[in-house]
Design a protein around this ligand. Structure first.
Ligand code: TXA
Ligand code: MG
Length: 340
């Protein structure tokens, strides 16, 4: 398949490009598009055949449901049974933005989109290109992250091209994603609101609105595995990753002991001078923690470009999005952690 390429200027697509991409989506094709979190691999969420293409192209396990992207609370209401007051409250505060709500779906949502669950994940993205596509289509866009399953999510145009060139009808390049980590997935169908996936809306932000919100960062936890995507290996660059935990001096000493020239090292700016060997990538500064989240997937993909043979990383649990950052790093490492 020949992939068409479109470029975003000033957060917008030209009228003509928007019309072409809308036509592709209307005819059941896949279009990768930017959101404020990560890139999405979009398809008509009401068309089972279009949805099946997402699973084929990504090689995504069939039991991993998709998020429906809509342009407003009103549009979200079309696809759920009831919209409880707590959902209204959260949506009024956090939409458009990186919060996905799990609600009871209605009969308009095909089982293929939700992996046969009776619930549906739904959010209003804030990227103007995503909103303009949804509005032009007037149907929800089912969109998982626009990466091959198992690889790091895509947070820049070249990431999408690396994974999906020749496999999708169109790629819309909007440059670097603003947040760089996926949305927070919040289950509102359980007794107590439960975070199934920490993400770019922080736990603290949620607690301000729903103080009883539950979040347990254990992959063995039942609530977490309720989000089927959380049980699969994720976000992995080609080389195996090991997390090294401890005080900065002990961590750098340990890493200097075991690293060689082909080792990739992921650290924060404040510690970069401590590393004597290997290929160091600086995630960002702990004084500007939004850098840590926005550079994470890009850094993992850069290690592939550097052709490192193994990766050692610090444990960057800084800032408001620390749960989301360490969740992604722990998954990328497949749980391999050593104490310095
Ligand atoms: O920021 C994001 O959320 C991005 C952008 C493109 O919007 N999308 C994204 O989609 O990360 P994906 O498919 O990579 O992750 C969706 C997560 C998975 O962990 C999936 O299992 C969970 O949401 N999920 C979807 N529907 C669900 C449902 N009905 N119940 C529980 N979890 C659900
Ligand atoms: Mg994903």
């Amino acid at each position: 398949m020949k992939t068409k390429h479109y470029t975003v200027h000033n957060q917008k697509l030209s009228k003509q490009d928007l019309a072409t991409c809308t036509k592709l989506l209307q005819s059941g094709e896949l279009v990768a598009f930017p959101t404020e979190t990560v890139y999405g691999l979009g398809a008509n969420a009401l068309d089972p055949f279009a949805i099946s293409k997402i699973f084929t192209v990504k090689n995504r396990p069939m039991d991993n449901p998709l998020i429906l992207h809509v342009n407003s609370i009103e549009m979200a209401k079309r696809y759920v049974i009831g919209f409880p007051p707590i959902a209204l409250k959260l949506a009024a505060i956090f939409w458009p933005g990186p919060l996905t709500l799990i609600l009871q779906k209605n009969e308009l949502v095909p089982d293929e989109a939700t992996a046969n669950l009776s619930t549906v994940a739904i959010r209003v993205p804030s990227h103007p290109v995503a909103i303009s596509l949804i509005t032009a289509c007037d149907f929800p866009l089912a969109a998982p992250s626009a990466n091959l399953s198992g690889k790091p999510s895509t947070t820049d145009g070249w990431h999408v091209q690396d994974d999906l060139e020749g496999l999708v009808s169109a790629i819309i390049d909007g440059g670097k994603s603003a947040f760089g980590i996926e949305s927070t997935v919040l289950d509102l169908t359980s007794k107590i609101p439960t975070v199934l996936r920490p993400g770019s809306t922080s736990i603290r932000q949620l607690e301000m609105v729903i103080p009883n919100v539950i979040f347990k960062n254990k992959s063995t936890n039942k609530e977490i595995t309720k989000s089927p995507g959380m049980k699969y290996t994720h976000y992995s660059p080609k080389a195996p990753i090991t997390i090294v935990k401890g005080t900065p001096l002990k961590v750098s000493k340990k890493i200097n002991e075991i690293a060689n020239e082909q080792t990739g090292i992921l650290c924060i700016k404040e510690h970069a001078h401590l590393y004597k060997k290997g290929q160091v990538i600086v995630l960002g500064s702990k004084n500007e923690p939004s850098q840590l989240s926005s550079n994470l997937f890009d850094s993992l993909r850069m290690f592939d470009k550097l052709k490192v043979t193994n990766i050692l990383t610090e444990y960057p649990d800084y800032g408001d999005l620390k749960e989301a950052i360490v969740n992604r790093i722990e998954k990328a490492a497949g749980g391999k952690i050593i104490k310095a």
